[in-house]
Design a protein around this ligand. Sequence first.
Ligand SMILES: [Zn+2]
Length: 233
Amino acid sequence: MEEKPAQPRFKGDFVLRNGEWVTLRSLLATLTPEEFSGLALARSMDFFETTHAFCGRCGTPMEPAPDPVAPHARRCLKPGCEGNTRFSYPAFSVAILAAVTRRGGEELLLAHNTAWPAPRMSLVAGFLHPGESLEDCVRREVLEETGLRVSLPSFSGSQAWPFPCSLMTGFTAEWEAGGIRTDGAEIDRAEWITREKFMEARERTASPGSGLQIPPKGSLSRRLMDDWAGRGK
Ligand SMILES: [Zn+2]
C-alpha cells in the first residue's frame, strides 16, 4: 500500500524539513512548483485554522464545515449562530508586483524597501485596497512609491504567497509620465536598470557581494524580471 505523506509541521513561518526548522521562504529556490504548492496549502490552512479557531461572531469554537464544494471551509459549532450556517473560508491578502519598463522595454524599474539590506532591490509591490481593481492597485502603488505614472497594466501571472496568507499577482506596465520621487518611508530609492546591469546581478546571485541583489529564483518577482530580461534577446 502506498504510504500517505505526513502532514507538514509548522511553527509560524517555519516548517520542519529533514529534522530542521527552516523558513518556507528559504525553500523557494529549491522546491519544485508542486512541492511549493503543497506546502503553501498546508501553511495557509495552518494559519486559517489558528486564526479561525473561534467564531468571530459569538466566540464559540469552530470546526471544519460540511461544504462539498469548499473543502477548506469552517463553521461555528453553536446552533442558531449565523456562523453556523454561513461558513468561513480562507481569506487572502492580495498583493501586486509591477514590472514597469521604459524606452521600449530597455529599462526596468527597481525599488529598494527601507526594511531590506542596502544592495537588495525588487519590483514595486503592494497590497490591494478594498474597492480597488488590481490594475488600479498597480497604478496607485507605482505612483505612491516612485512618483511615476504608468500605462494600463497587463496581467503576467500569479503565485501562492503563504507568508502567511497572500496571493501574489504580477503585472507589466510602461512608464507614461513623471520622474522618480520615492516616498522615503517605505521606499527610499528607485532606479531604472539596464539588462546589462540585471544580467551582472543574476550572475552574482550565487556569491552576493556589494552590487545589486535581486530576488531569489522561485519567486514571481524574479520570474517577471527574468521574463523581461529574456525579451531583450
Ligand atoms: Zn458563532
